[in-house]
Design a binder for this molecule. Structure first.
Ligand code: BGC
Length: 748
């Protein structure tokens, strides 16, 4: 009741606030005026392609060109006539006002809508994308995208710049938290659902960064070399599934070069694979500043330059007029943009501002986090905690008195009230700053153990932390590893003195629980010390309640690792990350168009591990890992039995799953395949999965259908997927290294 009236109160207050915001700033009122589209293209019974062509017929050359580029970054640039109607996000394309075609108003939206604070708005921070991946839950992925879509729309945007699906080829990548793990089938399946969710709100969805942008160091200059087969079976497969199943209206090409050409002027990537092989009907926009040419990029398949217009404005027009770019090519780009606007519904359902419901956001964020937390270790059933048995609790480290860490860069969502570790009024977010969300683990723990004395130690001095731990019934150490776009981690070990804190606290108290707040895998020289370890990732707006619910057993953990946690960097395919030489790191001073055209000098990184990404590498190289891909414990136990595999259009894998413990739980059942030896593939690959909820003692028949493509190799000669005839082994279980069921089938 109290909740409901609070909610209503907030809604009214926020609506009044928005109303006055509009009154106070005439530019706002202008922004909300959306042209009313009229004309034959408003006949909704026509296809998006037919409607686009009807608009195209009416457009002048200048109008066509205007749709091919951005008009700067409204977040940073002064207001101009071109960007004035924008919502002050990171990108804007002006549309065709004369014909009532709205502008494309873009916001970053990896784990929530970016830059809302500066606009006096509120956005939910979902847990990091990698946490959603750890849930292996396709419905959760949809809810994740749908919340982003709703909040984008509520804030006046009609395009998302989310949908990051670069696979975790190097776990030090600073954007690992923005992506969906190391496996292309898991990541691709989840990103497709996320995109569907976003587009359900009549917002243009995006998938990025296409492609092979797997390290941040030197991302604008690096030249990735990889074979077609390895690329198609690894990084590109995640995009292929995302594009074919999620139908994003847009694809963002990446900064890096691939086999010699920048991704945003790479004919193989943009035309041969994306537009021809996958028949992608939407448009390609460049990552911010990732366009390097006019004719070359246009012919290669880049449809839209962002955020500015160095190459796709006057130069483009001149090239068309000189006959260097055929009109048909120009019109294809325009057609793709318009048809995507019709397909996503941004013309039929114009954006309308409304008030974001923070309560709904908190609930969705909390549920997704609860499904994505991974229990990595739980000796002697140290978890869940029993409030009745605890008199004293020590909470240690990572500002866990006030907040939880979030991922940085263009993904950064503004926390309500600013950075939780700063004074009120000083907490605005800045590029590459550690931002703590005001969700307090200390308070969440105290609320669940009201009779216990809960004491906090900041964890700055290991000895002091250990002294507090010694006096407590349980010590809960929060440890974090911040990460951001624009940087890679130097190593996978926890920063500062956190290793020492954990080691000394665990030595002082046998009932020590470690809660990790990281986006990347971490190494754990201290792994044997604590009784329990939880990976909570970057936990989002209501992260502390999710962690509290798992710690105290209101929620049974069910997440599993979407990335392998290696024992050491020495075990990685590239033990040392290749850094750019100084001249390739960044431009110094103002950048001329000629410099943009040439780009920073390339430096090579060979992805010579090829398809052996993540667990495929460790399996093939027979390297032991700290925690394997697909691993995660529960407060109950499961038993797998009765595997049957039936070939067909799809291979049908059925088995029985039983909850053999005393608590309800959700188990992620994983299906792997070992291909015939002649295929020369790594020992096994994930080919399917499902998350099943079971009551204590319940037994259920489970069935997973496996697409034949997932059992195939990419044949470079045929330039297509090909099933290698022979014996396939299907393996089923609860982790990539715990696969109790095994069956063989012969496929032709
Ligand atoms: C990032 C993109 C982002 C864009 C706009 C780039 O630096 O790589 O992911 O969407 O900026 O902020």
């Amino acid at each position: 009741m109290k909740h409901a009236s609070l909610r209503a109160g907030f809604g009214i207050a926020a609506a009044i606030f928005v109303f006055f915001l509009c009154l106070a700033n005439p530019a706002n009122a202008q922004r909300h005026q959306q042209p009313t589209p009229t004309g034959p293209w408003m006949n909704a019974s026509l296809s998006p392609d037919e409607r686009a062509d009807l608009v195209l017929k009416e457009m002048t050359l200048d109008e066509k060109i205007a749709l091919l580029h951005g008009v700067g970054m409204p977040t940073e640039d002064p207001v101009t006539p071109e960007n004035a109607p924008s919502n002050r996000g990171v990108g804007y394309a002006v549309g065709v006002p004369r014909l009532g075609i709205p502008g494309i108003d873009m916001s970053d939206a990896a784990y929530g809508v970016r830059s809302s604070g500066v606009n006096g708005r509120y956005s939910t921070a979902l847990p990091a994308n990698v946490a959603a991946a750890a849930s292996w839950d396709t419905d959760a992925a949809y809810d994740y995208g749908a919340l982003i879509g709703r909040e984008l729309r509520a804030q006046g945007f009609n395009m998302s710049l989310g949908g990051g699906v670069n696979i975790t080829r190097d776990p030090r990548n600073g954007r690992t938290f923005e992506y969906l793990g190391e496996d292309p089938i898991l990541a691709g399946t989840l990103v497709a659902r996320l995109i569907e969710g976003t587009q359900s709100a009549n917002v243009i969805g995006d998938i990025k960064h296409y492609a092979l942008n797997d390290q941040e160091s030197g991302r604008n200059s690096v030249d990735i070399t990889i074979s077609k087969r390895a690329a198609r079976e690894s990084d590109l497969l995640a995009f292929e599934i995302g594009v074919l199943q999620g139908h994003p209206a847009a694809v963002m090409c990446s900064y890096n070069r691939v086999n010699g050409d920048f991704a945003c002027e790479n004919k193989y990537l943009l035309t041969d694979v994306l537009k021809k092989s996958w028949k992608f009907p939407g448009f390609v926009l460049s990552d911010w500043g990732g366009t390097h040419s006019t004719e070359k990029a246009s012919a290669a398949g880049l449809d839209n330059e962002q955020p500015g217009h160095f190459f796709y404005s006057d130069r483009y027009k001149a090239a068309v007029e000189a006959g260097n770019i055929p009109t048909s090519e120009l019109e294809e780009h325009v057609h793709r943009i318009l048809r995507s606007m019709f397909a996503a519904g941004v013309i039929d359902h114009p954006r309308q501002r409304s008030v974001v419901d923070p309560f709904a956001g908190f609930e969705t964020a909390r549920k997704i986090e609860e499904g994505g937390i991974v229990l990595l270790k739980n000796e002697k059933a140290a978890l869940p905690l029993s409030a009745a048995k605890l008199r004293t609790i020590a909470v240690i480290g990572s500002h866990s008195d006030v907040g939880m860490i979030s991922g940085g860069g263009s993904a950064q969502v503004d926390p309500i009230g600013g950075n939780a570790i700063k004074q009120a009024g000083q907490g605005s977010t800045h590029w590459q700053e550690e931002i703590w969300f005001p969700t307090s683990p200390l308070k969440a723990i105290q609320a669940r153990a009201p009779r216990a004395t809960v004491k906090y130690d900041p964890g700055t001095d290991p000895a002091a932390a250990a002294a507090l731990a010694k006096t407590a019934d349980v010590a809960i150490v929060f440890a974090y590893q911040w990460a951001s776009e624009g940087m890679d981690l130097k190593s996978l070990s926890l920063a500062h003195n956190q290793h020492d804190v954990i080691a000394q606290v665990a030595a002082a108290n046998t009932h020590t629980i470690v809660v990790l707040e990281t986006g990347n895998p971490v190494t754990m020289p201290w792994v044997n010390a604590p009784a329990a370890i939880l990976e909570a990732w970057f936990a989002g707006s209501d992260g502390a309640n999710a962690v509290g619910n798992v710690l105290f057993g209101t929620v049974n953990p069910s997440g599993k690792l979407p990335n392998t946690f290696p024992k050491s960097e020495a075990d990685l395919p590239h033990p040392t990350l290749t850094l750019p030489p100084p001249e390739s790191a960044h431009f110094s001073g103002p950048v001329s168009i000629e410099q943009r055209e040439a780009g920073l000098p390339p430096f090579p990184v060979a992805y010579d591990e090829g398809v052996k990404v993540g667990y495929k590498w460790y399996d093939a190289e027979k390297k032991a890992v700290l925690f394997p891909f697909g691993f995660g414990l529960s407060y109950t136990s499961y038993k797998y039995s009765g595997l049957q595999v039936t070939p067909g259009e799809k291979v049908k894998v059925t088995f029985t799953l039983a909850n053999t413990g005393a608590r309800e739980g959700s188990e992620i059942a994983e299906v792997y395949a070992a291909l015939p030896a002649v295929a020369q593939e790594p020992p096994k690959r994930l080919v399917g999965f499902t998350k099943v909820k079971l009551n204590p003692g319940e037994k259920r028949a489970v069935s997973v259908e496996v697409d034949l493509k997932y059992l195939s190799i990419f044949d470079e000669q045929k330039d297509d997927w090909s099933l290698v005839p022979g014996d396939y082994t299907i393996l089923v279980g609860g982790s990539s290294q715990d696969l109790p069921l095994k069956a063989s089938i012969n496929l032709k």
